[in-house]
Design a protein around this ligand. Structure first.
Ligand SMILES: NC(=O)c1ccc[n+]([C@@H]2O[C@H](COP(=O)([O-])OP(=O)(O)OC[C@H]3O[C@@H](n4cnc5c(N)ncnc54)[C@H](OP(=O)(O)O)[C@@H]3O)[C@@H](O)[C@H]2O)c1
Length: 361
């Protein structure tokens, strides 16, 4: 894997594109206005963390139009940051956002949306991106994701895919967006998206450069985005397809919402953490996961790194992963996670980790 260092942080290309992203990125889901939208990070702490992220070379920042209950406030916070720090800071950042979901006005937490205020139609996509640019106080988005497939109850697409990708393509032609990506896609859906874009793109060089799916050491098959008991074979098939098609993988929930940090141990949970507070307990705090976390902690101790660093380093060792956008709500998280690229995992260690997470417990 070819890398270029910026301030000691290795950067990788997203897929086969010419866009370089920091190996450790910033997930900004829980950033917004904690006084009313359920987020955990507001301007004061957030600006300090963002300043330090740039000092550490953490330049890939990930948000979405709808984060924090459809409030749009994660984007608004970033907009205020870019305005206060100026074009130099904006120019250093690879800014990624997502559209697909409806967004409320500031402080408006109740509203019904028309079918055209969400989804994949040309009407929605073009409007939604104008709104993102306004909230982000910038004139271009570096990576625009379609957040998740917009499907009707019978499984068909809400809007024809060629119409949707034509709208995305228009945005690139207009210079409002630089690169295109998708999220929460199964293999079949990713193939549909790629061929729809290829059928309408004004320029054959335009393509989907990345896919952002759920992926971490404890929940590997979930990367396939299949609902029905995905397997390790599904994981392999998904990664193999990304490899041959030159699409980069951006894993989300890379730390299993904090479980892969050692803050949740058998009989000793951090009850102030998101995983505990936000209703993820049943899914994550299973006997199997807690057993594996104990083994992973011992492994990390043997390597002289933290569990968070081990979890991120493992993702960075997977084919096609270009950047790990761990969610950060404290300065200490950023500093810890930024140390992950220095953790080199040998083939024998990767095998050991593989056996450890596959073993029945
Ligand atoms: N495309 C999609 O549909 C989608 C869906 C979900 C997320 N995402 C993106 O992926 C990003 C990451 O996902 P995520 O934030 O849900 O999950 P995550 O990265 O697995 O976990 C983040 C949480 O782990 C804890 N944490 C992070 N670093 C830590 C450290 N070094 N030490 C101790 N605790 C640490 C924090 O918990 P506390 O806040 O409890 O302290 C933080 O909120 C999001 O921010 C978002 O940008 C995308």
């Amino acid at each position: 894997m070819q890398t270029i260092d910026y301030r000691d942080m290795p950067h990788r290309r997203m897929g086969n594109s010419g866009l370089w992203v920091s190996e450790v990125g910033l997930g900004l889901w829980k950033w917004g206005d904690p006084t009313y939208d359920g987020s955990r990070v507001g301007d004061e702490d957030g600006f300090r963390i963002l300043d330090h992220a740039l000092e550490l070379g953490v330049t890939h920042w990930d948000t979405a139009n709808s984060y924090n209950m459809g409030s749009g406030n994660s984007e608004r916070l970033l907009g205020r940051y870019f305005r206060s720090r100026g074009s130099r800071a904006r120019g250093q950042v690879v800014l990624a956002t997502k559209v697909r979901n409806p967004v409320r006005d500031e402080r408006e937490m109740e509203r019904e949306f028309t079918p055209n205020e969400r989804g994949g139609s040309r009407a929605y996509i073009l409007r939604a991106v104008e709104d993102c640019l306004q909230r982000l106080q910038t004139d271009t988005i570096d990576v625009l994701y379609h957040h998740s497939p917009a499907l009707l109850p019978d499984g068909s697409y809400e809007a024809p895919l060629d119409e949707m990708w034509d709208a995305f393509d228009t945005l690139v032609t207009q210079g409002k967006v630089r690169y295109l990506a998708v999220s929460n896609r199964t293999l079949a859906q990713l193939k549909d998206d790629r061929s729809a874009l290829a059928s309408v793109a004004a320029n054959p060089a335009r393509r989907i450069i990345g896919v952002q799916n759920w992926y971490n050491l404890l929940q590997r098959p979930k990367v396939s985005a299949l609902d029905d008991s995905p397997t390790f074979d599904d994981e392999r098939a998904f990664l193999d397809y990304l490899h041959v098609s030159g699409v980069g993988l951006i894993p989300y929930v890379p730390l299993a919402v904090g479980l892969l940090t050692g803050r949740y141990l058998k009989g000793n949970y951090d009850t102030s953490g998101r995983l505990y507070e936000e209703g993820w307990r049943d899914e994550f705090l299973t006997d199997r996961n807690l057993e594996i976390v104990e083994d992973l902690l011992a492994f990390a101790e043997g390597k002289g790194c933290t569990l968070s660093q081990l979890a991120i380093a493992w993702l960075l060792a997977q084919d096609t992963v270009c950047s790990v956008i761990a969610g950060v709500t404290k300065m200490a998280h950023l500093e810890d996670n930024a140390g992950a690229p220095a953790v080199a995992l040998e083939a024998e260690e990767l095998d050991r980790l593989d056996r450890l997470v596959r073993a029945p417990v």
